[in-house]
Design a protein around this ligand. Structure first.
Ligand code: ZN
Ligand code: ZN
Length: 144
């Protein structure tokens, strides 16, 4: 038990288990992959996993990738600042780069304020090829 006062919200046992599973794997996981992995640990019902993932996402410990319908642990440990991160997703190896406080999000926030548009959710996901995959491809091209 930590004795010092903690500013962060305490997680339930199930939330800790799911977060640990997400952190152990650098690639995004779907809810069903998590259930398959965590069945032994008492997490087997889809509503349970979705409730847990929603809370981890709301607290900034994890992020949902809309275009993949999958989840990753926050690359910065815990996103608590306002504004959602953006993501660059490699379609070849599945690597996800988390773009912290992106300029594009700030621009959208300003636009929403000016136009008084009430934003319920924001999704920024770039799909493409990471540097490692691009380099691999370049090597292959040189050889052939
Ligand atoms: Zn994050
Ligand atoms: Zn890649």
């Amino acid at each position: 038990m930590p004795s010092r006062r903690q500013a962060t919200v305490a997680l339930s046992a199930k939330e800790e288990i799911v977060l640990a599973a997400l952190r152990a794997e650098p690639l995004p996981r779907t809810a069903y992959e998590l259930i398959a992995q965590l069945r032994d640990k008492g997490i087997s019902a889809p509503p349970t996993i979705y409730r847990t993932l929603n809370r981890l996402t709301a607290l900034g410990h994890a992020h949902r990738l809309e275009t993949l319908n999958a989840y990753i642990a926050c690359r910065h440990g815990h996103c608590c600042e306002r504004g959602k991160p953006a993501f660059a997703i490699c379609d070849d190896c599945g690597h996800v780069e988390e773009i912290k406080q992106p300029v594009v999000t700030a621009g959208i926030s300003t636009w929403a304020e000016e136009t008084e548009f009430s934003v319920a959710s924001v999704t920024f996901e770039l799909r493409g090829k990471c540097r490692a995959c691009r380099n691999n491809q370049a090597d292959g091209d040189q050889r052939s």
